[in-house]
Design a protein around this ligand. Structure first.
Ligand code: MN
Length: 436
């Protein structure tokens, strides 16, 4: 059952300047990340408004006790792996205490204020050491759109509605938001050529995805049941799974993507906790009439009832031309997490169903989440129909795929009916030219 408590109340206000009405980080969110300042080491912090709350300073100031203190301790190091390994009770205790510290005007408000740093003076790092990274393919419109380009008559392969399709990605090249990505070189074989050549990708693309941070996980050989699976999800972020479509088209058969994806993946820097998103759980998307029911190990009443997430997703393009003319980033696609054919719990249950062990800090990608039409695509491959229908931007520039200097910006927000929003913070990176 979704656990909604006083920390989620839309009427809750904060004394921290700028927190109330903040589009991403009001007091109802409280995401956790790793930050440093020019003269201090990387450590855990909490985003509130435009400030970062320094957890180790707060521990030293005696602002935590009991179970919340254990959780704050686990979140105060140079990575959040110890925090991700906590059970839900400890994570909730930390959230509860943070909500008290920022919400009420306490006698020790000055002690709390002394632990706040302006976020724009801090550098963000990867929140955790990622042991393993798996990317799924649960966005059914994406799978259909891409499948159509290769197989117009049968876009979805017969396994799609039975198996949450995924592949093992590369953890080492996951980068925090803000770090530029270099255009990869690789083997390219356009359909017009008979042999491949090695060179810079000409069809560089992004993929709009939700990232899932694994919490406690399971022992090798012990699958997680669908009803326990969501308990092992500690939080969420945005993921841009950069993709070189020309490298991909040549290399992907028969084992799937390899060098077309592993040159870089960008994530948003804050872990939006599973607790923060409790009010935004919603019924799992209904399968269209005629689709098979999920096999029993991938189905349960509770997942049907609240396996979905009410999260809006957007991807923008900011090109050198738009920047020069001081124009706004171009909204390329506006999508929603309801376009996931498989739920988060189904992905986790499936991943462990053969006994594979997930560990704290493992990272799962949803796969590209596109909506049903041309304004809701999560990749340029779809928005420009394989490059055949280029976008025209307000600057007059045209884009089929990404060019050097382009910046891709992804945003995600969950909104209540009364206008409160909590967000993930930007997932952004620009493209550097390929190595000579
Ligand atoms: Mn992907």
């Amino acid at each position: 059952m979704a656990r909604v408590d006083q920390t989620h109340s839309p009427s809750l206000k904060s004394w921290v300047p700028g927190a109330d009405g903040h589009q991403d980080f009001p007091i109802q969110n409280l995401p956790i990340g790793i930050f440093s300042t020019q003269d201090s080491a990387a450590r855990g912090g909490v985003a509130i408004g435009d400030e970062i709350f320094d957890l180790s300073a707060a521990l030293k100031a005696g602002l935590f006790s009991g179970v919340a203190s254990e959780a704050a301790e686990a979140a105060s190091g140079a990575t959040l792996n110890d925090y991700l390994a906590l059970d839900g009770r400890r994570r909730r205790a930390l959230r509860g205490r943070l909500s008290e510290l920022f919400g009420a005007v306490l006698a020790n408000k000055n002690k709390v204020a002394a632990c706040l740093l302006p976020a724009d003076g801090c550098l963000m790092h990867l929140p955790a050491h990622v042991g393993d990274y798996t990317d799924f393919y649960v966005g059914i419109h994406h799978a259909t759109n891409v499948g159509k380009q290769f197989r117009p008559d049968s876009p979805l392969l017969p396994n799609y509605k039975y198996v949450p399709i995924g592949y093992h990605g590369r953890a080492s090249s996951i980068c925090p938001s803000g770090i530029p990505v270099r255009r990869p070189k690789g083997q390219l074989k356009p359909p017009t050529e008979t042999t491949p050549a090695y060179g810079p990708s000409k069809r560089l693309d992004y993929e709009l995805e939700i990232g899932i941070w694994v919490g406690q996980g399971n022992k090798l050989g012990s699958p997680l049941s669908i009803d326990n699976a969501y308990e092992h999800v500690a939080g969420f972020c945005l993921l841009n799974d950069w993709s070189a479509r020309d490298i991909q088209a040549w290399e992907y058969q028969p084992l799937g993507p390899f060098l077309s994806k592993n040159f870089g993946s960008t994530i948003s820097n804050w872990i939006v906790t599973a607790e923060a998103l409790e009010p935004f759980r919603m019924p799992r998307s209904e399968r269209p009439d005629g689709d098979p029911a999920p096999l029993p190990y991938l189905d349960s009443a509770s997942d049907r009832k609240e396996g979905g997430l009410n999260i809006e997703l957007e991807v923008y393009l900011l090109t050198p031309g738009l920047r020069e003319k001081k124009l706004q980033p171009h909204l390329v696609g506006a999508s929603h997490a309801r376009h996931m054919y498989w739920s988060v719990a189904q992905m986790v249950a499936h991943h462990t169903s053969n006994g594979c062990n997930l560990q704290p800090g493992d990272f799962l990608g949803s796969g590209t989440i596109s909506g049903p039409d041309s304004t809701s695509c999560g990749s340029l491959l779809e928005s420009t129909v394989g490059g055949t229908a280029p976008l025209t931007l307000e600057s007059g520039e045209k884009r089929s795929f990404l060019e050097d200097g382009d910046e891709v910006i992804m945003r995600a927000r969950a909104r209540t009916a009364d206008g409160l929003s909590i967000g993930f913070g930007d997932c952004r990176a620009s493209i550097l030219p390929a190595n000579p």
